[in-house]
Design a binder for this molecule. Structure first.
Ligand SMILES: Cc1ncc(COP(=O)(O)O)c(C=O)c1O
Length: 440
């Protein structure tokens, strides 16, 4: 038995489900992967097998594992004593940098995870507006707190009509009745958005969205859709929140809001903002952020908020994203990887679409038309996707399967064009295996 499987079995004796996070079991292989070490774009599992990492810590490691600049910043923060729950000059410096590069940011707060960032943003929006409802889009994911754990992974037979998608809960144990505070609308449907928005505008505290819907692989909003969100929210005094936990720094320095040229009132940043360390951010217009205590009356506090090690790591990472040529490289790798994958899939006669933007992408097996929303995404051939992921892992390319809808995959800046060629060669071999396997 491999050490990975043996260790996973031992983990199951002590950790619930053998993991620290439920989605960490990779369904394609039936267990969590246990890695011994990581460097750049590569991972080595407990058996010493090497992989090119196309998960990249679910998007948290945009520079690559063990980046030297981040490591130096972390070492320095630890040498200084890593005194958490206190502020130092790096909090100010990092906040200033973020306000310079992200269009909507005039004031920010550091917090611990993407989940906390959206939770606090929603509280702030309710405090400022005095209203309770949040309009969210079907399938868009905003973390694991009760307020937003609806319509994130709705099974195909429970979706309800497009004009009124079901608020299907993403977990048991959610406080009864919370779904009444949500208005759910399909993504990329300006017509349905406008109808629902106008019906509920007097009750809405905010419209919350993934400005690039990476949680279904990679879905880019139409300009009409995203512009309509901005126009209607502005016209009717409803806050627009972009959840950029996954999209921040992915395709350009200013996040999806710079890419789409639409500036929200508030936004969240996560994953890449911490350079692989636990940090997230929420922020936006100064007048809104001033409602936070102690200047205002809305609470946001936490012992580990803005942990000095994570702040040092994040500042080093964002400084690296600002270097000339950083995004040119990301786009060159993205083009090579997405085009190369599309070619290989076609050569092996596997019907699949690849959609990518910047450093993340989705693969939709059995789908021909562009994927525009959650319903399109879940029409994919899930069994085929699982077989592909399992074969890729056997051939030394790590993709993660989260269970359910098509996943987002991605690469890091440490991946060179030569590494990309190598990943494509390995995936070519994986697909050759699949063509010779009997269908499950
Ligand atoms: C768009 C979005 N928002 C929020 C979250 C939650 O972030 P975290 O896992 O750091 O709590 C995620 C996580 O994947 C996400 O993709």
């Amino acid at each position: 038995m491999s050490r990975v499987v043996e260790q996973y079995r031992q983990a199951c004796e002590y950790l619930a489900g053998g993991v620290s996070s439920s989605t960490r079991v990779n369904r394609a292989v039936g267990h969590a992967m246990l890695f011994d070490r990581a460097a750049g774009c590569r991972l080595w599992d407990l058996d010493g097998k090497e992989y090119i990492d196309l998960c990249c810590s679910h998007g948290a490691t945009l520079l690559g594992h063990g980046d030297a600049g981040v490591r130096k910043a972390v070492d320095r923060a630890i040498e200084r004593g890593a005194a958490c729950s206190y502020e130092n000059e790096q909090h100010t410096e990092f906040a200033r940098v973020l306000c310079e590069v992200i269009p909507c940011l005039e004031r920010v707060r550091f917090t611990g995870s993407g989940t906390e960032a959206t939770m606090h943003c929603i509280r702030l929006a309710r405090a400022v507006s005095g209203r309770g409802k949040i309009l969210k889009f079907e399938g868009n994911f905003h973390g694991y707190h009760d307020q937003v754990m609806f319509a994130i992974g709705t099974p195909a037979d429970r979706l309800g009509p497009e004009s009124a998608p079901a608020a299907f809960p993403g977990s048991t144990g959610i406080s009864p009745g919370l779904e009444q505070h949500l208005v759910i609308v399909p993504y990329n449907r300006p017509d349905l958005f406008e109808t629902a928005f106008l019906r509920h505008k007097h009750e809405l505290a905010a419209v919350l969205c993934e400005p690039i819907y990476y949680n279904a692989g990679c879905v880019i909003p139409s300009q009409e859709f995203i512009t309509r969100l901005r126009q209607l929210t502005r016209d009717h005094g409803v806050l627009l929140i972009f959840d950029e936990v996954l999209s921040a720094f992915r395709a350009c320095l200013g996040g999806a809001q710079e890419y789409l040229k639409v500036t929200p009132d508030l936004c969240t940043l996560g994953k890449a903002v911490g350079g692989g360390y636990p940090l997230s951010v929420f922020g936006g217009r100064r007048d809104i952020m001033d409602r936070l205590m102690p200047t205002g009356d809305c609470q946001h506090s936490g012992t580990y908020n803005g942990h000095p090690v994570a702040v040092a790591a994040g500042l080093a990472a964002v400084t690296a994203y600002r270097q000339p040529g950083f995004y040119e490289h990301i786009h060159a790798v993205s083009r090579k990887l997405c085009d190369g994958l599309t070619d290989i899939l076609a050569r092996h006669r596997v019907a699949a679409r690849v959609q990518g933007l910047g450093a993340r992408f989705g693969i939709y097996f059995g789908v021909k038309e562009p994927v525009l929303n959650y319903r399109d995404a879940i029409s994919h051939h899930r069994e085929m996707m699982l077989r592909f992921v399992a074969a890729a892992i056997r051939h030394g390319v790590y993709f993660h399967d989260y269970g359910g809808a098509p996943c987002h995959h991605g690469f890091c800046a440490a991946m060179t064009l030569a590494d990309t060629d190598e990943a494509l060669r390995r995936l070519d071999h994986a697909l050759r295996d699949l063509s010779s396997e009997p269908e499950a």
